[in-house]
Design a protein around this ligand. Sequence first.
Ligand SMILES: C[S@@+](CC[C@H](N)C(=O)[O-])C[C@H]1O[C@@H](n2cnc3c(N)ncnc32)[C@H](O)[C@@H]1O
Length: 367
Amino acid sequence: MDDVERAIKDFVAEVLLEGEPVEFDEHTPLLEHRLIDSLNVEELLVYVEQTFSVSLSRWPHSDWKTIHAMAQLVHDHAPDGRQAPGEQPAAIVSDYEKWVAGYWNEKQNDPINLLLGEEDGLVHHHYGLGEYDPAVLTAPDQEDAIIRELHRLECAQMDVVLDALAPMTADQRLLDAGSGRGGGSFSAHRRFGCRADGITLSQYQVDFATKLAARHGCTDEVSFHLQNMTRTAFPDDHFDRIITNETTMYVELADAFAEFARVLKPGGRYVCVTYCVNDTLAPTSEACEAVDAHYGTRMHKRSEYLAALSAAGFSPSRVSVLNADTIPYWELRARSEHSTGVEKAFLDGYRSNVLQYVLIVADRLPA
Ligand SMILES: C[S@@+](CC[C@H](N)C(=O)[O-])C[C@H]1O[C@@H](n2cnc3c(N)ncnc32)[C@H](O)[C@@H]1O
């Protein structure tokens, strides 16, 4: 580590600790310590910019003077609502949260997601919507054609989510809660020019998506944080829109929706896509249990979504069941060499309607 890198690391730690003397092991929260130590100078600058919402790109980071200037800039521009690190709610506390974080941290070699996003840098961890082109099944490069088609369908799913978020303007803020490798945040920024903050329990995903933001040239507008959607570090009334795309199966709905009501502006909109138990038919089923067992999720009942939203002060304006639109995606995925074994459970569940793929749009009522 050269002197400049060490100095920037010390500086970041000092700013994070709000001026307290820096003793990494004693005072620096473990995660920040690990994060700072694992970053190179370029990544550190990106990290400082994103954490404090400032632009450092015009500063050559070559000497102490620059570092002091950075310190001044960061102190001057730190948003009022930012909490000191010691006060930040811990992202990962319960055994289940530790398990979820571990699951996504270890998922680093998953071709079904990585291959799909290889070309355009939009790596999604959700499923697809729409009919597939049957020509892919007889294409000479069949597997490549299937992968490209699956990606088209997952991008089509994202378009449905973006349509539900619209209209959004470039000066508005989106929270992408449970952001995975960032595909949703980047897609929203591309469509609307909006600022997007993605949060996930996986440090690996934060780092992965942060690197992609640099590749997409949008580090000033799209950033990723290790935060828990049930207790974020954002100020009240901070966001204009929130999305959860296939993430709410990991959280208590009452906790997440109460937090969304806090950070969303009155009149702001929340868009949720999730698979859930169709409890108008059965309280559970073999298919639902198989899906939960495969992913370690705790899927909720459809009625629980609607009740928890109302209790948190949201007014649902749309609930769409998308089973018919998602079944082709699962049929095609079952034909891929990269199928994971969960395809049959989804197909059985969606075809028999005991499992439902739903889109919910809800507006936050003024208090
Ligand atoms: C199936 S992936 C969906 C990713 C993304 N929304 C997409 O569409 O590509 C689930 C994500 O939820 C995140 N997650 C699970 N529980 C969470 C929590 N309590 N707070 C924040 N993120 C959470 C995981 O870390 C993971 O990134």
